[in-house]
Design a protein around this ligand. Structure first.
Ligand code: EPZ
Length: 435
């Protein structure tokens, strides 16, 4: 089994190129099912979640052509399947984003059947808001025995109004996709405003949809008859960029984090500055530098433009090395998303978790240990901890990390980190978890 072996203590220097946004890619690939024509997608991240989705699309009958490592042409013109066949269930159960296929198949065929999605294990992950939204578009949606069945009355969805009881990225995306070709106008209120919501809207619009308001809390969609092909370049990954920023802050050094939209990073940059990390915004890059001691601070995760929950574990690692007391509060996921704290304690972290908050007493230095990646972002946090720690850290279950980070080992090595991916026997069986 592959694991990362990190000899900590090397400051990071140089430039890192951020890849395309994972959570935009995993929405846009299923949305391409709505399009009759060739979608050329550029700046696609080379990660296992996109690979899984492209394999599902191929199985459904799409023509998938890799043009280069970050560009793919996806032609769903001749796709006819509205049911995910059993050979695909293992894959659809592995990733969260597979539920976007429900919105896309419903929108295109008026019927959809798939498994319940998988994803990172943060406790209960309900899909009631997805069902509420699709029902408002005239679909009859039923879940039973681990499957979702949905069908539109009369074979085509009809525009409708929906107010989301909870701000949900996934529900906003699923309803947007389904509504793009519904008959009439859809209004979705209390929607998520993450950069990937805007990216999906821009993708749909460049394929002929009429989606307005993405980035605010009300999205209005005028359904069109059909979507046509086109070329679309995805935005850079906000969380990958934030992860590298946190890595520099933890290990020390000076790095240009390139191919980013600095505005998307504001909430992260602000917190890092509070912690005595220098962050300078350029047009499409940020310069991150840390040579003095870190300062403690308090962070609460919130939907965008708040501090992202997907940066919570990486930030907690950083707070471990800030002398004094810091509090990290999880404001998006009930159940806390703090499973990884037990791993961090093996490295000498002083953290107490109480319900939705982690109380962190900074220590002089973390020490190397063998730890596991509990999920995607928790895994990235363990890598950061290893870079900052004294001695050798081994991170197991890296398969979770590779679902969302393109070549994290190569990118860190290029910055001077002493990290390698090695094949060693695993000490215990891995769990499933993604996205
Ligand atoms: C997306 O998950 C991301 N995944 C997650 O990133 C991210 O943590 C999350 O958004 C929040 O930003 C993908 O985009 C594939 P939500 P999603 O629906 O859509 C509750 C990563 O590391 N809720 O916005 O599943 C839910 O329980 C991954 O890249 C309902 O109550 O998240 C949570 O408390 C991990 N009912 C809150 O809303 C619903 O029907 C936000 O969830 C849906 C959600």
């Amino acid at each position: 089994m592959e694991k990362y072996v990190i000899h900590g203590g090397q400051p990071l220097h140089g430039q890192v190129e951020i890849s395309g946004a994972k959570n935009a890619a995993v929405a846009i690939i299923p949305a391409a099912l709505m399009v009759r024509g060739v979608c050329r997608l550029e700046n696609l991240p080379e990660i296992s979640d996109t690979d899984t989705l492209l394999r599902i699309m191929t199985f459904l009958g799409a023509r998938v052509t890799m043009i280069n490592r970050s560009t793919v042409e996806l032609d769903c013109t001749h796709v006819q399947m509205d049911t995910l066949p059993s050979q695909m269930w293992d894959m659809t159960r592995r990733i969260r984003a597979s539920y976007y296929l429900i919105g896309a198949m419903l929108g295109r065929f008026g019927r959809a059947r798939s498994t319940m999605p998988g994803g990172c294990n943060f406790g209960v992950r309900p899909i009631d808001q997805h069902i509420k939204g699709l029902t408002a578009l005239g679909a009859d949606v039923r879940t039973s025995g681990g499957f979702i069945n949905a069908s539109a009355a009369g074979g085509r969805l009809k525009g409708g109004s929906v107010y989301l009881d909870k701000v949900s990225v996934g529900a906003t995306i699923n309803i947007m996709i389904a509504a793009a070709t519904a008959e009439g106008r859809t209004v979705i209120e209390n929607v998520a405003r993450e950069p990937h919501i805007v990216d999906l809207a821009n993708f749909l619009n460049s394929m002929g949809a009429d989606v307005r308001g993405a980035g605010t809390d009300v999205i209005k969609i005028r359904g069109v008859k059909s979507l046509h092909g086109g070329t679309y370049a995805l935005i850079p990954d906000q969380i990958e960029a934030g992860t590298f920023m946190a890595a520099v802050a933890a290990a020390g050094g000076s790095v240009k984090v390139a191919n980013v939209i600095p505005k998307h990073l504001d909430c992260i940059s602000t917190k890092l500055r509070e912690m005595n990390v220098e962050v300078e915004d350029g047009d499409d890059y940020v310069l991150v530098r840390r040579d003095g001691p870190l300062h403690p601070t308090n962070v609460k995760t919130k939907p965008y433009p708040g501090f992202p929950t997907d940066m919570q574990p990486q930030m907690t690692v950083l707070l471990c090395s800030a002398p004094g007391v810091s509090v990290m509060t999880e404001g998006v996921w009930n159940g806390g998303r703090f499973k990884y704290v037990a791993e961090l304690k093996k490295m000498g972290a002083n953290i107490e978790v109480d319900d939705q908050s982690a109380f962190i007493q900074g220590v002089d230095r973390l020490t190397g240990a063998t730890v596991r990646a509990c999920d995607l972002r928790a895994g990235a946090a363990m890598v950061i901890a290893g870079l900052a720690a004294q001695g050798v850290t081994k991170v197991e279950d890296v398969v979770f990390i590779e679902r969302g980070y393109q070549d994290i080992v190569g990118k860190l090595r290029a910055l001077g980190a002493d990290i390698a991916c090695v094949d060693e026997p695993e000490e215990r069986p891995a769990e499933e978890s993604a996205g």
